[in-house]
Design a protein around this ligand. Structure first.
Ligand SMILES: NC(=O)c1ccc[n+]([C@@H]2O[C@H](COP(=O)([O-])OP(=O)(O)OC[C@H]3O[C@@H](n4cnc5c(N)ncnc54)[C@H](OP(=O)(O)O)[C@@H]3O)[C@@H](O)[C@H]2O)c1
Length: 331
C-alpha cells in the first residue's frame, strides 16, 4: 500500500517520505490499546496540529522512526473483530492515533464509529478527534449547562469549529475569538452567535457583550490570551485548557481564581479516552445524536492529495488553516 512515513524530525517540509509498505497487521498491538483492531480502507485522512508537532519530535507521542503519522481517517471497513460495533463494508470514521496517512489503517474498535449518510468521507476524517474533544471539554470537564455562554478561542480551527457546533447543539450561547475575516466567516458558519477579533481588544468586546462574564472558556490556544480569558469569566466560571497553539504555556496567578470563585480545568481527551471504551461509546452516541439533529457537520477546509501532505502540514503550521485539513488518500 502507499503510505507516508516520518523518517527524520526536520519539520513539515522535509520530514515525510512516500513509501510502499505491507498492509498493516490488525493484531499488531496498538500503542495505547492492545488487541485486534478494525482494518479500514482509507478514503480520507484528517491532518491536525499534532502531526505538525510530530514532524519535529515535539508531540507527547514519540514513536521510533520511521513511522506513519495520521491520527484519524474515514473509509470503508475491510475487516473487524467480532465484538466491534461495525462490519466489513460499513462506512466509518475512526481515530487510529497513528498510521492514517496510508491507503489502509487499523483503528481500535471502540474508536471506530459508523459514518452517518449525512457526512461524506472528508467530513468523517474530521469528525472523531475534534467532536469528541469538544464534547469532553465542554461537558465532561467544563460541566456546560443549557443556556450558558461559552467563549471559544481558535474558533475557526478544527477543535474550535467542533466546539461551536457541539455547544450550539447543547443549547449554549457562543462567542468566537478569531484572527481574520476568513476565520470570522468560518466561525459564524460553525454556529458562533458573536465573533470578536483576537488582535482588536477582544477581552473588552467580550465584556461589552456579556457584562456579567462568560460561564465557560474553551482554550486550545493558550499563550498570552490566558489571563484575559480568566478576566472574562463570570462568578463560578470555568476555563478549560485544551491546547497551546499560541506557542507558550501560560501560568496562573491563583488569586484570580479566588476572587471570583473560578476554576481552571485541564481537558486531555486522547490519553484519557483511549483506555475507556465505555466513555467513547457514550460520547459517540451523543455526537451521533447531534449529527442527526443537524448540529455537528465537520467543516472541511483545504483538501490535498496524499502526496501533498507536506503542503497540508505547512498550512496548519503557518496558521492558515480554516476548518479541517484533509488528505484525499484515493484521489
Ligand atoms: N486536549 C485535547 O484532548 C486535544 C485534542 C485535540 C487537539 N488538541 C490541541 O488543540 C489545539 C488546536 O488544535 P486544532 O486542530 O484545532 O488546530 P488548528 O485547526 O490549527 O486551529 C488552531 C487555532 O489556533 C489559533 N492560533 C493562535 N495562535 C496561533 C499560532 N501562533 N499558530 C497557529 N495557530 C494559532 C488559530 O486561530 P486564530 O488565527 O483565529 O487565532 C488556529 O485557527 C492543538 O494544540 C492541539 O494539539 C488538544
Amino acid at each position: 500500500m502507499k503510505a507516508l512515513q516520518i523518517t527524520e524530525l526536520t519539520g513539515p517540509a522535509t520530514a515525510l517520505q512516500a513509501v510502499e509498505l505491507p498492509e498493516p497487521d490488525p493484531a499488531a498491538s496498538h500503542p495505547l490499546t492492545p488487541g485486534s483492531g478494525v482494518v479500514i480502507e482509507v478514503h480520507a485522512a484528517g491532518v491536525s496540529f499534532p502531526e505538525v508537532l510530530q514532524t519535529r519530535g515535539e508531540y507527547q507521542l514519540k514513536p521510533p522512526l520511521p513511522f506513519v503519522p495520521g491520527s484519524e481517517v474515514a473509509g470503508v471497513v475491510r475487516s473487524a473483530p467480532d465484538d466491534a460495533p461495525v462490519r466489513a463494508g460499513d462506512r466509518v470514521a475512526a481515530l487510529c492515533l497513528l498510521g492514517g496517512f496510508a491507503e489502509t489503517a487499523v483503528a481500535p474498535a471502540h474508536l471506530t464509529f459508523a459514518l452517518p449518510d449525512a457526512l461524506d468521507f472528508a467530513q468523517g476524517a474530521g469528525l472523531v478527534l475534534n467532536s469528541h474533544t469538544a464534547y469532553f471539554s465542554l461537558v465532561t470537564r467544563g460541566r456546560l449547562a443549557p443556556n450558558e455562554t461559552v467563549l471559544v478561542h481558535g474558533a475557526a480551527g478544527g477543535v474550535g469549529t467542533a466546539t461551536l457546533q457541539v455547544a450550539k447543539g447543547l443549547g449554549a450561547t457562543t462567542i468566537a475569538v478569531v484572527s481574520s475575516d476568513a476565520k470570522e466567516r468560518v466561525a459564524r458558519e460553525a454556529g458562533a452567535d458573536e465573533v470578536v477579533r483576537a488582535d482588536a481588544g477582544w477581552k473588552d468586546r467580550v465584556k461589552e457583550l456579556v457584562p456579567g462574564g462568560v460561564d465557560l472558556v474553551i482554550d486550545p490556544v493558550g499563550g498570552d490570551r490566558f489571563t484575559d480569558s480568566l478576566r472574562c469569566l463570570g462568578e463560578g466560571g470555568r476555563l478549560v485548557v485544551v491546547g497551546f497553539t499560541g506557542g507558550s504555556i501560560p501560568e496562573v496567578k491563583v488569586n484570580r481564581l479566588l476572587l471570583n470563585n473560578t476554576e481552571v480545568v485541564g481537558a486531555g481527551w486522547g490519553a484519557y479516552a483511549m483506555a475507556k471504551p465505555e466513555v467513547n461509546r457514550q460520547i459517540g452516541a451523543e455526537i451521533q445524536r447531534l449529527i442527526e439533529d443537524g448540529f455537528v457537520r465537520p467543516l472541511v477546509g483545504e483538501r490535498f492529495p496524499l502526496d501533498r501532505a507536506a503542503d497540508a502540514l505547512a498550512l496548519i503550521d503557518g496558521r492558515g488553516a480554516t476548518g479541517k485539513v484533509v488528505l484525499d488518500v484515493r484521489g
